[in-house]
Design a protein around this ligand. Structure first.
Ligand SMILES: CCCCCCCCCCC/C=C/C(=O)SCCNC(=O)CCNC(=O)[C@H](O)C(C)(C)COP(=O)(O)OP(=O)(O)OC[C@H]1O[C@@H](n2cnc3c(N)ncnc32)[C@H](O)[C@@H]1OP(=O)(O)O
Length: 295
């Protein structure tokens, strides 16, 4: 039997038929299909319910580098074209963390070519997620700063674990600026006034604070995050899909089109901005502060 997964009772896993086959990877019998397990993005498709669980799996903190973003994009594309898939839960395989956001090392002392490739991968992953026809829910079982917050906000519904975890767009604290499409998503989520404050301050919120400004939809104990998502999904799955998809698309189209129409310019702008001496200096100091935390 596979080791119990966080936030999921042994009984529930036994019921769902979790087994560890000869290859050593966790797979599910009968109604579950694992799209991918060896990389940084695990996809577990339940063909009976039409719900896929996509878990970021890049310990220790699921920082989003070029590989992770490319894998996430491909996974989302596959699910989008899978007619049996109705919903997707975005979660983490790393304890205590949803995602630490973009991999800062992709932005520090990198080449302009790599920066552009990295940014394109982020753009594609986000366009696939925010523009998805699927019901998308974020199971936030840990910290979710910056790019992690973007991924969560890009889902249709967010359930966060109570306790010490934080979520927010903290870019200004790193001496960088949230791109316009990060801002657009936050505006659509919590409104203009809260976004202005949140972005200028680079605010990181506790789960309760996030709930109070509408950044997340529900806060529950850690072990209840997945069951709560599953319960909420039942409501969403009852809505006629075509009507829901048209509604979602019409509400998100302007923001998606804004990036689609200037992807290359945005990628070039990112590479130029990030390679400024002042920005590199700020990032260097931030990396040092993360490392100092340990000593
Ligand atoms: C005019 C407009 C112009 C716009 C142009 C564009 C500008 C650029 C826009 C870029 C947008 C950026 C988005 C981002 O996502 S930036 C990333 C921001 N992320 C963070 O600030 C999170 C930092 N991490 C933490 O706070 C903590 O790690 C965390 C709370 C998440 C977890 O804490 P914990 O104690 O559990 O873990 P550690 O801190 O010990 O970390 C473990 C190791 O992981 C390394 N680490 C952490 N986060 C990252 C990261 N994001 N990238 C890379 N590496 C990371 C950390 O250093 C530890 O490493 P070591 O074990 O080697 O020390």
């Amino acid at each position: 039997m596979a080791a119990p997964m966080r936030g999921m009772s042994v009984l529930r896993q036994a019921f769902q038929g979790l087994v560890r086959p000869a290859g050593g990877q966790v797979c599910r019998q009968v109604q579950h299909r694992c799209y991918s397990t060896p990389g940084h993005v695990q996809v577990d498709m339940n063909s009976e319910t039409g719900v896929a669980t996509v878990r970021l799996n890049r310990p220790p903190v699921n920082s989003l580098n070029l590989d992770v973003l490319t894998e996430l994009s491909i996974a989302l594309e596959k699910l989008e074209t899978d007619k049996s898939c109705k919903a997707m839960v975005l979660a983490s395989a790393a304890p205590g963390i949803f995602s630490a956001g973009l991999d800062i090392l992709e932005m520090y002392q990198s080449t302009p070519e790599r920066c552009v490739a990295f940014w394109r991968a982020l753009q594609d992953a986000w366009l696939n997620l925010y523009g998805s026809r699927l019901i998308t829910m974020a199971a936030i079982e840990g910290h979710s700063p910056a790019g992690g917050c973007l991924l969560a906000m890009s889902c249709d519904y967010r359930v966060m674990a109570e306790g010490k975890f934080q979520i927010g767009l903290n870019e200004t604290k790193l001496g960088i600026v949230a791109p316009f499409w990060f801002t657009d998503v936050m505006l659509n989520t919590i409104g203009h006034r809260e976004t202005e404050k949140a972005l200028q301050l680079g605010a990181l919120y506790s789960a309760q604070q996030a709930l109070s400004i509408g950044l997340v939809d529900k806060v529950v104990p850690l072990a209840e995050v997945m069951p709560t998502v599953e319960g909420e999904l039942k409501n969403w799955l009852q809505i006629p899909a075509a009507a829901r998809v048209i509604t979602k698309t019409s509400m998100r189209k302007a923001v998606l089109d804004r990036l689609r129409s200037q992807k290359e310019k945005d990628a070039q702008f990112f590479a130029d901005f990030i390679n400024r001496d002042s920005v590199q200096k700020s990032l260097g100091m931030y990396i040092a502060s993360l490392q100092k935390k340990k000593n």
